[in-house]
Design a protein around this ligand. Structure first.
Ligand code: CA
Ligand code: CA
Length: 348
Protein backbone atom coordinates (compact mmCIF):
# COMPACT_ATOMS: atom_id res chain seq x y z
CA UNK A 1 0.00 0.00 0.00
CA UNK A 2 1.03 3.53 -0.62
CA UNK A 3 1.95 3.95 2.98
CA UNK A 4 4.71 3.91 5.49
CA UNK A 5 3.85 0.27 6.14
CA UNK A 6 5.42 -0.63 2.85
CA UNK A 7 8.75 0.67 4.04
CA UNK A 8 8.61 -1.85 6.81
CA UNK A 9 10.04 -4.48 4.60
CA UNK A 10 13.13 -2.29 4.24
CA UNK A 11 16.21 -4.06 2.94
CA UNK A 12 17.39 -7.63 3.44
CA UNK A 13 18.83 -10.46 1.41
CA UNK A 14 21.78 -13.02 0.56
CA UNK A 15 23.65 -14.51 -2.48
CA UNK A 16 25.38 -17.08 -4.66
CA UNK A 17 24.94 -19.00 -7.93
CA UNK A 18 26.60 -19.51 -11.29
CA UNK A 19 26.91 -19.70 -15.04
CA UNK A 20 29.97 -20.84 -16.95
CA UNK A 21 32.17 -18.07 -18.30
CA UNK A 22 32.05 -17.40 -21.11
CA UNK A 23 28.62 -19.02 -21.39
CA UNK A 24 28.10 -21.20 -24.45
CA UNK A 25 25.15 -19.06 -25.40
CA UNK A 26 27.51 -16.15 -25.77
CA UNK A 27 28.54 -17.60 -29.10
CA UNK A 28 25.00 -17.25 -30.39
CA UNK A 29 24.57 -14.15 -32.46
CA UNK A 30 21.98 -11.81 -30.98
CA UNK A 31 18.91 -11.58 -33.16
CA UNK A 32 18.43 -8.27 -34.95
CA UNK A 33 16.48 -5.79 -32.95
CA UNK A 34 15.47 -2.23 -33.71
CA UNK A 35 16.01 -1.20 -30.09
CA UNK A 36 19.52 -2.65 -29.89
CA UNK A 37 21.04 0.77 -30.25
CA UNK A 38 18.68 2.21 -27.66
CA UNK A 39 20.90 1.46 -24.71
CA UNK A 40 20.00 -2.23 -24.59
CA UNK A 41 22.39 -5.17 -24.46
CA UNK A 42 21.78 -8.77 -25.47
CA UNK A 43 21.52 -11.24 -22.59
CA UNK A 44 22.18 -14.64 -24.13
CA UNK A 45 20.03 -16.77 -21.83
CA UNK A 46 21.06 -20.12 -20.38
CA UNK A 47 20.99 -22.12 -17.17
CA UNK A 48 22.05 -20.87 -13.77
CA UNK A 49 21.51 -21.44 -10.08
CA UNK A 50 18.87 -19.00 -8.87
CA UNK A 51 18.80 -18.07 -5.20
CA UNK A 52 21.49 -18.83 -2.66
CA UNK A 53 22.50 -21.15 0.14
CA UNK A 54 25.19 -18.74 1.30
CA UNK A 55 25.59 -17.49 4.85
CA UNK A 56 24.02 -14.15 4.00
CA UNK A 57 21.04 -15.69 2.17
CA UNK A 58 17.64 -14.95 3.66
CA UNK A 59 14.90 -17.61 3.76
CA UNK A 60 13.23 -16.10 0.68
CA UNK A 61 16.40 -16.81 -1.32
CA UNK A 62 16.30 -20.54 -0.51
CA UNK A 63 16.55 -23.15 -1.79
CA UNK A 64 19.00 -22.39 -4.57
CA UNK A 65 17.68 -24.16 -7.66
CA UNK A 66 18.43 -24.57 -11.35
CA UNK A 67 16.65 -22.26 -13.76
CA UNK A 68 16.87 -21.65 -17.49
CA UNK A 69 15.87 -18.43 -19.20
CA UNK A 70 15.68 -17.64 -22.90
CA UNK A 71 17.72 -14.78 -24.34
CA UNK A 72 16.42 -11.23 -24.19
CA UNK A 73 17.43 -7.61 -24.56
CA UNK A 74 17.92 -5.56 -21.40
CA UNK A 75 18.46 -1.87 -20.71
CA UNK A 76 22.14 -1.43 -19.87
CA UNK A 77 21.16 1.06 -17.19
CA UNK A 78 18.31 1.92 -14.91
CA UNK A 79 15.71 4.17 -16.59
CA UNK A 80 16.91 7.73 -16.12
CA UNK A 81 15.06 10.91 -15.27
CA UNK A 82 15.58 12.14 -18.85
CA UNK A 83 14.08 8.95 -20.27
CA UNK A 84 11.14 9.06 -17.87
CA UNK A 85 10.56 12.73 -18.69
CA UNK A 86 10.28 11.84 -22.39
CA UNK A 87 7.63 9.27 -21.47
CA UNK A 88 5.65 11.74 -19.36
CA UNK A 89 5.84 14.44 -22.01
CA UNK A 90 4.65 12.01 -24.69
CA UNK A 91 1.81 10.46 -22.72
CA UNK A 92 0.80 12.88 -19.98
CA UNK A 93 1.29 10.06 -17.47
CA UNK A 94 0.68 11.10 -13.87
CA UNK A 95 2.58 8.90 -11.43
CA UNK A 96 1.05 7.22 -8.42
CA UNK A 97 3.01 9.50 -6.08
CA UNK A 98 1.49 12.55 -7.76
CA UNK A 99 -2.08 11.45 -7.03
CA UNK A 100 -3.79 11.63 -3.65
CA UNK A 101 -4.94 8.17 -2.55
CA UNK A 102 -8.59 7.72 -1.66
CA UNK A 103 -9.71 6.47 1.73
CA UNK A 104 -11.10 3.37 -0.04
CA UNK A 105 -7.76 2.58 -1.68
CA UNK A 106 -5.99 2.65 1.65
CA UNK A 107 -8.66 0.63 3.47
CA UNK A 108 -8.40 -2.14 0.84
CA UNK A 109 -4.82 -2.80 1.92
CA UNK A 110 -5.08 -2.87 5.69
CA UNK A 111 -6.54 -5.51 8.02
CA UNK A 112 -10.30 -5.35 8.66
CA UNK A 113 -11.04 -3.14 11.63
CA UNK A 114 -8.15 -0.76 10.99
CA UNK A 115 -9.25 2.84 11.72
CA UNK A 116 -9.69 4.95 8.56
CA UNK A 117 -6.73 7.16 7.65
CA UNK A 118 -6.75 10.75 8.75
CA UNK A 119 -7.27 13.55 6.22
CA UNK A 120 -3.56 14.39 6.24
CA UNK A 121 -2.81 10.95 4.80
CA UNK A 122 -5.05 11.57 1.78
CA UNK A 123 -2.54 13.70 -0.09
CA UNK A 124 -0.10 13.08 -2.92
CA UNK A 125 3.11 11.98 -1.21
CA UNK A 126 5.92 9.48 -1.24
CA UNK A 127 8.49 7.98 1.12
CA UNK A 128 11.80 9.83 1.37
CA UNK A 129 14.92 8.55 3.09
CA UNK A 130 15.62 11.02 5.90
CA UNK A 131 18.64 10.00 7.96
CA UNK A 132 18.38 10.35 11.72
CA UNK A 133 21.06 12.35 13.51
CA UNK A 134 22.11 9.55 15.83
CA UNK A 135 22.14 5.74 15.87
CA UNK A 136 18.72 4.10 15.96
CA UNK A 137 17.58 0.47 16.21
CA UNK A 138 17.79 -1.12 12.76
CA UNK A 139 14.25 -2.49 12.94
CA UNK A 140 12.86 1.06 13.35
CA UNK A 141 12.69 1.87 9.65
CA UNK A 142 10.03 4.42 10.51
CA UNK A 143 12.84 6.54 11.96
CA UNK A 144 14.47 7.06 8.56
CA UNK A 145 11.53 6.83 6.13
CA UNK A 146 9.39 9.95 6.04
CA UNK A 147 6.02 10.31 4.28
CA UNK A 148 6.59 13.57 2.41
CA UNK A 149 3.70 15.37 0.67
CA UNK A 150 4.95 16.66 -2.68
CA UNK A 151 7.72 14.09 -3.02
CA UNK A 152 7.61 12.51 -6.47
CA UNK A 153 9.93 11.72 -9.39
CA UNK A 154 10.44 15.41 -10.15
CA UNK A 155 11.05 16.21 -6.47
CA UNK A 156 13.07 13.28 -5.11
CA UNK A 157 13.58 14.79 -1.65
CA UNK A 158 10.22 16.56 -1.60
CA UNK A 159 9.19 20.18 -2.29
CA UNK A 160 12.24 22.35 -2.80
CA UNK A 161 14.21 19.58 -4.47
CA UNK A 162 14.36 19.13 -8.23
CA UNK A 163 16.16 17.27 -11.00
CA UNK A 164 18.72 19.98 -11.77
CA UNK A 165 21.87 18.14 -12.83
CA UNK A 166 20.18 14.76 -12.42
CA UNK A 167 19.01 13.94 -15.95
CA UNK A 168 21.27 10.89 -15.99
CA UNK A 169 20.32 9.68 -12.51
CA UNK A 170 17.80 6.85 -12.23
CA UNK A 171 14.19 7.94 -11.87
CA UNK A 172 12.79 7.23 -8.40
CA UNK A 173 9.41 7.41 -6.63
CA UNK A 174 7.90 5.20 -9.34
CA UNK A 175 5.27 2.62 -8.48
CA UNK A 176 5.00 -0.72 -10.25
CA UNK A 177 2.16 0.74 -12.28
CA UNK A 178 4.34 3.67 -13.38
CA UNK A 179 7.18 1.36 -14.38
CA UNK A 180 4.86 -0.95 -16.30
CA UNK A 181 3.27 2.02 -18.09
CA UNK A 182 6.70 3.29 -19.15
CA UNK A 183 7.66 -0.17 -20.40
CA UNK A 184 4.50 -0.44 -22.51
CA UNK A 185 5.12 2.99 -24.00
CA UNK A 186 8.70 2.04 -24.85
CA UNK A 187 7.60 -1.21 -26.49
CA UNK A 188 9.37 -3.16 -23.77
CA UNK A 189 8.36 -4.96 -20.55
CA UNK A 190 9.62 -5.37 -17.02
CA UNK A 191 11.94 -8.34 -16.45
CA UNK A 192 10.94 -11.48 -14.61
CA UNK A 193 13.05 -11.89 -11.53
CA UNK A 194 14.68 -14.97 -13.09
CA UNK A 195 15.73 -12.87 -16.06
CA UNK A 196 16.89 -10.11 -13.74
CA UNK A 197 19.02 -12.43 -11.59
CA UNK A 198 20.50 -14.27 -14.59
CA UNK A 199 21.47 -10.92 -16.09
CA UNK A 200 22.81 -9.53 -12.82
CA UNK A 201 25.23 -12.45 -12.46
CA UNK A 202 26.81 -11.43 -15.73
CA UNK A 203 27.92 -14.93 -16.66
CA UNK A 204 29.58 -15.66 -13.31
CA UNK A 205 28.59 -18.99 -11.75
CA UNK A 206 28.06 -19.28 -8.00
CA UNK A 207 29.40 -15.87 -7.04
CA UNK A 208 28.23 -13.75 -4.13
CA UNK A 209 28.22 -10.50 -6.05
CA UNK A 210 27.78 -9.20 -9.57
CA UNK A 211 31.55 -8.66 -9.72
CA UNK A 212 32.62 -12.01 -8.20
CA UNK A 213 33.45 -13.06 -4.66
CA UNK A 214 35.61 -10.14 -3.54
CA UNK A 215 34.12 -8.77 -0.34
CA UNK A 216 32.39 -5.43 -0.19
CA UNK A 217 34.80 -2.81 1.10
CA UNK A 218 34.02 0.69 2.28
CA UNK A 219 37.49 1.68 1.05
CA UNK A 220 37.02 0.41 -2.50
CA UNK A 221 33.34 0.73 -3.41
CA UNK A 222 32.23 -1.30 -6.45
CA UNK A 223 28.69 0.03 -6.52
CA UNK A 224 26.63 2.91 -5.21
CA UNK A 225 25.74 1.55 -1.80
CA UNK A 226 26.22 2.79 1.78
CA UNK A 227 29.56 3.28 3.49
CA UNK A 228 29.86 4.11 7.16
CA UNK A 229 27.21 3.34 9.75
CA UNK A 230 23.61 2.91 8.64
CA UNK A 231 21.37 4.89 8.79
CA UNK A 232 22.82 7.99 10.41
CA UNK A 233 26.45 8.29 9.23
CA UNK A 234 27.04 7.90 5.50
CA UNK A 235 30.79 8.11 4.86
CA UNK A 236 30.05 8.54 1.14
CA UNK A 237 33.30 6.88 0.11
CA UNK A 238 31.75 6.13 -3.28
CA UNK A 239 30.95 9.82 -3.70
CA UNK A 240 27.18 9.44 -3.74
CA UNK A 241 24.97 9.94 -0.67
CA UNK A 242 21.84 9.21 -2.73
CA UNK A 243 21.45 8.23 -6.40
CA UNK A 244 24.43 8.28 -8.76
CA UNK A 245 24.43 8.92 -12.50
CA UNK A 246 23.94 5.61 -14.27
CA UNK A 247 27.21 4.12 -15.58
CA UNK A 248 29.16 5.60 -12.64
CA UNK A 249 30.41 2.11 -11.75
CA UNK A 250 31.86 -0.66 -13.93
CA UNK A 251 29.55 -2.84 -15.98
CA UNK A 252 29.10 -6.53 -15.23
CA UNK A 253 29.96 -9.37 -17.57
CA UNK A 254 26.95 -8.69 -19.76
CA UNK A 255 27.52 -4.95 -20.02
CA UNK A 256 24.93 -3.97 -17.41
CA UNK A 257 25.49 -1.15 -14.93
CA UNK A 258 24.14 -0.82 -11.39
CA UNK A 259 22.65 -4.32 -11.13
CA UNK A 260 24.06 -3.94 -7.62
CA UNK A 261 22.90 -0.86 -5.78
CA UNK A 262 21.98 2.67 -6.88
CA UNK A 263 18.21 1.98 -6.94
CA UNK A 264 16.07 -1.11 -6.43
CA UNK A 265 14.46 -2.33 -9.65
CA UNK A 266 10.90 -3.55 -10.23
CA UNK A 267 10.40 -7.04 -11.62
CA UNK A 268 7.13 -8.46 -12.96
CA UNK A 269 6.79 -11.41 -10.55
CA UNK A 270 4.35 -11.34 -7.68
CA UNK A 271 6.18 -11.69 -4.37
CA UNK A 272 5.78 -14.66 -2.03
CA UNK A 273 8.24 -15.97 0.56
CA UNK A 274 7.69 -19.57 -0.60
CA UNK A 275 8.20 -19.06 -4.34
CA UNK A 276 11.39 -21.09 -4.51
CA UNK A 277 10.16 -23.83 -2.20
CA UNK A 278 7.36 -24.64 -4.63
CA UNK A 279 9.76 -25.34 -7.52
CA UNK A 280 10.01 -29.14 -7.53
CA UNK A 281 11.59 -29.83 -10.90
CA UNK A 282 15.31 -30.25 -11.49
CA UNK A 283 15.13 -27.39 -13.93
CA UNK A 284 12.59 -24.57 -13.94
CA UNK A 285 12.24 -22.96 -17.37
CA UNK A 286 11.39 -19.29 -17.81
CA UNK A 287 9.58 -18.92 -14.47
CA UNK A 288 7.20 -15.98 -14.27
CA UNK A 289 6.41 -16.17 -10.59
CA UNK A 290 3.31 -17.07 -8.59
CA UNK A 291 -0.19 -16.06 -9.69
CA UNK A 292 -0.74 -13.93 -6.61
CA UNK A 293 1.42 -12.38 -3.93
CA UNK A 294 1.62 -13.06 -0.23
CA UNK A 295 3.36 -11.21 2.56
CA UNK A 296 2.33 -12.80 5.86
CA UNK A 297 3.19 -9.57 7.71
CA UNK A 298 1.15 -7.43 5.33
CA UNK A 299 -1.34 -9.81 3.66
CA UNK A 300 -3.76 -7.27 2.23
CA UNK A 301 -1.35 -5.41 -0.06
CA UNK A 302 -0.52 -7.00 -3.44
CA UNK A 303 3.25 -6.99 -3.95
CA UNK A 304 5.75 -7.51 -6.75
CA UNK A 305 9.44 -8.24 -6.47
CA UNK A 306 12.22 -5.66 -6.23
CA UNK A 307 15.83 -6.59 -7.02
CA UNK A 308 19.36 -5.26 -6.65
CA UNK A 309 19.38 -3.14 -3.51
CA UNK A 310 20.07 0.58 -3.43
CA UNK A 311 22.30 3.38 -2.23
CA UNK A 312 21.04 2.55 1.26
CA UNK A 313 22.41 -0.99 1.38
CA UNK A 314 25.34 -1.88 3.62
CA UNK A 315 26.65 -5.25 4.76
CA UNK A 316 25.75 -4.37 8.35
CA UNK A 317 22.15 -3.87 7.41
CA UNK A 318 20.82 -5.73 4.38
CA UNK A 319 23.51 -6.61 1.80
CA UNK A 320 20.75 -6.54 -0.78
CA UNK A 321 23.20 -5.69 -3.55
CA UNK A 322 23.79 -9.45 -3.81
CA UNK A 323 22.25 -10.83 -7.04
CA UNK A 324 20.09 -13.36 -5.19
CA UNK A 325 18.60 -10.78 -2.82
CA UNK A 326 14.86 -10.14 -3.24
CA UNK A 327 12.11 -8.23 -1.57
CA UNK A 328 8.40 -7.57 -2.09
CA UNK A 329 6.98 -4.09 -2.51
CA UNK A 330 3.35 -3.04 -2.75
CA UNK A 331 2.43 -2.10 -6.30
CA UNK A 332 1.45 1.47 -5.55
CA UNK A 333 4.43 2.37 -3.43
CA UNK A 334 7.23 4.54 -4.75
CA UNK A 335 10.23 5.41 -2.63
CA UNK A 336 13.33 7.56 -3.05
CA UNK A 337 15.48 4.49 -3.70
CA UNK A 338 13.21 2.51 -6.06
CA UNK A 339 13.43 2.62 -9.87
CA UNK A 340 13.47 0.10 -12.72
CA UNK A 341 14.88 -0.99 -16.08
CA UNK A 342 13.19 -2.76 -18.97
CA UNK A 343 13.73 -5.82 -21.15
CA UNK A 344 12.51 -6.80 -24.59
CA UNK A 345 12.02 -10.14 -26.26
CA UNK A 346 14.00 -10.84 -29.44
CA UNK A 347 12.21 -10.19 -32.68
CA UNK A 348 10.69 -13.33 -34.12
CA1 CA B 1 26.69 5.75 -1.92
CA1 CA C 1 20.09 -1.00 -9.45
Amino acid sequence: MKTILAAATACALGGAAFVAWPPKERAVQPPPHPMAADGMVWIPGGEFTMGSEGDEARPVERPAHRVRVDGFWMDATEVTNAQFRAFVEATGHVTTAERAPTREEIMEQVPPGTPPPSEDMLVAASLVFTPPEAPVPLHRYDLWWRWVPGADWRHPEGPGSDLEGRDDHPVVHVSYDDAAAYARWAGKRLPTEAEWEFAARGGLEGKRFTWGDDAVSDDAPRANIWQGTFPHANAERDGFPRTAPVRSFPENGYGLHDMAGNVWEWCSDFSRPDTYRTRRDDLTVNPRGPKTSLDPRDPHAPKRVLRGGSFLCHDSYCSAYRPSARRGQSLDTGMSHVGFRCVKDPSK
